[in-house]
Write a protein that binds this ligand. Sequence first.
Ligand code: S3P
Length: 440
Amino acid sequence: MEAPTSSLRFTPAGSLRGSIAVPGDKSISHRSLILGACAVGETRIAGLLEGEDVLATAAALRAMGADVERLGDGEWRVHGLGIGGLLQPEAAIDCGNSGTSARLLMGLVASHGITASFTGDASLSKRPMGRVIEPLSQMGASFTSSPGGTMPLMLEGAHPAVPIAYRLPVASAQVKSAVLLAGLNTPGITTMIEPVPTRDHSERMLRGFGAKLDVGEEDGVRVIRLTGQTDLQPQNIVVPGDPSSAAFFMVAATLVEGSDLTIRNVGMNPTRAGLVGVLRTMGADIEEIDAREVGGEPVADLRVRHAPLKGIEVDPALAPSMIDEFPVLFVAAALAEGTTVTRGLEELRVKESDRLATMAAALEAIGARVEEREDGLTVHGTGGEPLAGGGPVATHLDHRIAMSMAVAGLVSRDGVEVDDTAPIATSFPNFMALLDGATR
Ligand code: S3P
């Protein structure tokens, strides 16, 4: 790997061995800061992900009056303002590359009598915000967005807001969480109907903070009811390792011959752990060690040994439980024997980049055989033969594309040049250091 520009070439570097711990879960880190800011008193967080996305949420909460302080490595303290206690920010809330910061914070602001403008980078400014604008408008908030319902946008919160019953039209934990956060400062009961279950970190953590939340099933669908304006109690939170970050190492250790890598402390929440099952069905050797619970979330150490993979048809119903892991799954599929077919992945087109188009182009550029369809990719694997390599591949400000193509570089003949590795810092600041250490 060569510096100093943000373009880097990833080359085969030997097997992955030893033991690593990946940084804290991004979704849980955002939520721990936000709910800490809504509780009265001091919340302590250990293992917080100190990536740019989470730091954007911390800065936004500070700008709205919460006392958010870093005490040490991953150790943070939040002195909350209580439900409804946010103050008018003096400047625009800059969410950087982070869709989670943008959508969750819009939910939070929507039921406060304050006005805030939300900005972000070129990637975030293209992403659809209509999906949160719609339910939050029903609750009484008003928005002036850029054309097409995008950011920058101005949000005028409603106080008091109106409780709604809302059926999620897209499987999105961010939309669900935005409405629930708005519901915290809304009198009465806010109801979310979730036909396709998505990650449930918000529900788990809201309960942990003492919110009045009922989760049940009615006519076969999940229904979540939150009673607003109930005080939250400050908590001590331990953030488990991010399964979406562990995914790059799971795939790398599976693909690189001779690897035997243990990834410690990986979140195994069933709404997030879909990749482990899919890789196992393809033939991966992933052993769960010491399954336990940390801070209300299931966690395990994962021992991953090299194994040859076979192509499969991935069940579209699994998509929400591995929605961020498809880019690296496509890399695994490119090295498998036979064909892997994925479907039902329209949502990938509105992530940090259009992940179907971006991965299809990047994999083709390094010699993989890929067909792009509207709702997924079909990948014809090499049966373990290295990919040719090449590049530079275009990552379009998408951290997960950059890391996926870094993994592809490890199993290529000539290496893979990634055009821009800077976005990796949004979710996994020590990715390169861990990769160097594991392959040494
Ligand atoms: C997230 C939800 C998912 C995911 C994102 C984080 C969250 O987005 O892709 O990385 O923390 O709620 P959607 O809600 O848009 O599916």
